[in-house]
Ligand binder design. Structure first.
Ligand SMILES: [Zn+2]
Length: 168
């Protein structure tokens, strides 16, 4: 579950991290992205953060993202062939990425919570985060591929009819 901003402030203070306006803003931005099911790269977050803090440095953004991951408030997505992306939704859910258009979707699955608990029990770890990553072809790209296949054999109907009459 995402933390409210005052909880986030308290967590930073409790762990001995300075509470800065930039850290707060980056966490808030990440949550805004998560609410739209968007998974920004560090570069994209940096560009977003610059709108509020024109003088912010890329290093501040990267370091804050690392801190959020360490605190279990964000996770890194490691899809092959894509830049590293960040997910501000720490709730157990699956991410599925389209290999064609690279769109990433959030999929809730209750069973994932159970898997997390079982992993914690069997490893005696305090689990801070988890990643469930799937890849495939999204509905839009499935439809596009189907259209392209249809267009690739334009006279299929005629050819079939001709073959049929020749065979008959
Ligand atoms: Zn797609």
């Amino acid at each position: 579950m995402a933390l409210a901003m005052d909880e986030f402030r308290r967590l930073l203070a409790d762990r001995g991290y300075r509470v800065t306006a930039q850290r707060l803003a980056i966490y808030e931005l990440l949550q805004e992205n998560a609410r739209r099911s968007y998974h920004p790269s560090a570069e994209e977050l940096y560009q977003q953060a610059r709108e509020r803090f024109p003088m912010i440095s890329p290093a501040t953004v990267y370091n804050t993202l690392e801190l959020l991951v360490e605190l279990g408030l964000a996770s890194q997505l490691g899809f092959p062939g894509d830049v590293q992306r960040y997910d501000g939704n720490p709730h157990a859910h699956a991410n599925v990425q389209c290999v064609d258009c690279k769109a990433i979707f959030d999929v809730d699955a209750e069973a994932l919570e159970d898997i997390g608990q079982r992993v914690a029990e069997r490893s005696d770890f305090v689990i801070l985060g988890q990643r469930f990553e799937f890849y495939g072809i999204c509905p839009q790209c499935q439809a596009r591929r189907a259209r392209e296949e249809t267009q690739a054999r334009p006279q299929a109907g005629d050819a079939g009819a001709a073959t049929g009459s020749a065979a008959g």
